[in-house]
Design a protein around this ligand. Sequence first.
Ligand SMILES: C[S@@+](CC[C@H](N)C(=O)[O-])C[C@H]1O[C@@H](n2cnc3c(N)ncnc32)[C@H](O)[C@@H]1O
Length: 231
Amino acid sequence: MGAQTWGGSCVLADLIAGDPESFGLSVAQLNAHSSEVFRILELGAGTGLVSLTIGNVLQQLKFQNTRRIEIVATDYYPRVLDNLSNNIRSNFPEGGPSSDVSIVAHPLDWSTFASEGKRDGLFNEPFDLVLGADIVYEPEHAPWIRSCLLHLLRRPSATEMPLSHLIVTKRSTHSFEANIIEKVFAMDCDPLVPCLRVVERDILTYGGDTREEVEYVYYKIGWFYPAQGRK
Ligand SMILES: C[S@@+](CC[C@H](N)C(=O)[O-])C[C@H]1O[C@@H](n2cnc3c(N)ncnc32)[C@H](O)[C@@H]1O
């Protein structure tokens, strides 16, 4: 696991490269961003295709260099993290696509993150964009990922709506995967406490012609404020 790139990463990388604006990655969005650093987190990054694609997209953009961008590609297994670090180094030997954009590999275990008393400093600040491709394939994964997002996805402001983009491959053998995300991110909210909800869901079909067609479920997850009835 983690030595191969899964279909979900290819799909997410394709979506990001095709329409960076949908991920808040256009020049106008980045220049207008309210904080000095725009922070991006990838969960269960594996080989890191999604983070590396973002690095490439940002290399093409010319945003004001008063802004910094940090991409943190995370995984759990040491072997996977070694491979991820090597991939980052071979694509960006300087540590990022430019002096304003950094990419690092870092350990993050979904199963323990929420209960860890002392976290690495990289996780002291929340993230403006969180990505995950093919990271829900056991029933416990979705609740673990929700508990990470509760700590790590920045709360919305008047002008910004931070989102987590998750792609799940639909497999006939794992019918729980898609349903569990919808259940876990649609749980009843305490009327006074913001909660995380699926704000958009799409089915995407890739392949065809000579290749087998594969369906993916694409979720955008964001904060919901029950008291105000606003997302
Ligand atoms: C199916 S692979 C997907 C990898 C990559 N996102 C892709 O699409 O190519 C799942 C990834 O989640 C990581 N993973 C599994 N359990 C984890 C955990 N508890 N915490 C963090 N990462 C985990 C694995 O090491 C693996 O890289």
